[in-house]
Design a protein around this ligand. Structure first.
Ligand code: CUA
Length: 181
């Protein structure tokens, strides 16, 4: 066998292996997409990052924790290089809390320590998830997507307070925040 023939045979074997890998990945995508109706992680809800601070849901006065007319607890937040706004989120224990967040610049994300809260914040999209914090306490909330030179200093806090304390504060119309003034 000539050197060239050995090389051609090796290339052909490699080509077959790669074709099989690609075919199996396509098969997995088709099966999960068609059979299980799998979707990308968050709902596709868009928002214009250029006007985020000026109008709409994510203006400064609307950020943080709020209780809707239906009693649902919603936390709205913005991520930007290199901070979260607000820097401290006040939430109740034992009541479902819905987070709605987005980014003004790069891709950020956050986890809330010791909970299942874990989400990516992509400019132009609203990330939504609902979770329930089991007991009162304070958790660190670091950015977990590398977003630039200040990434490791980008984090916020989540303060979980008892549900009745939360309800009475909300009932008095107090601002539901733990950001120090
Ligand atoms: Cu924001 Cu890392």
């Amino acid at each position: 066998m000539t050197v060239e023939a050995v090389a051609v045979a090796a290339e052909r074997r490699w080509g077959i292996v790669v074709a099989l890998v690609i075919a199996s990945l396509v098969l997995v995508m088709v099966i999960t997409g068609v059979h299980w109706a799998a979707m990308p992680p968050s709902r596709v809800e868009t928002v214009d990052p250029r006007t985020l601070h000026l109008k709409g849901e994510f203006v400064e006065a609307n950020l943080g924790t709020s209780v809707g007319a239906d009693g649902k607890v919603v936390v709205r937040l913005i991520a930007q290089q290199y901070s979260f706004q607000p820097a401290c989120l006040l939430v109740p224990a034992g009541i479902p809390v819905t987070f709605r967040g987005t980014s003004t610049d790069a891709v950020h994300g956050f986890v809330v320590a010791y909970t299942n809260a874990n989400v990516m914040l992509v400019p132009g999209f609203v990330a939504t998830f609902t979770t329930t914090f089991r007991k009162p306490g304070e958790h660190a909330m670091p950015c977990h997507e590398y977003c630039g030179s200040g990434h490791e200093g980008m984090w916020a806090r989540v303060q979980v307070i008892p549900a009745d304390e939360f309800r009475s504060r909300a009932g008095r119309g107090e601002r539901l925040t733990c950001v120090p003034r």
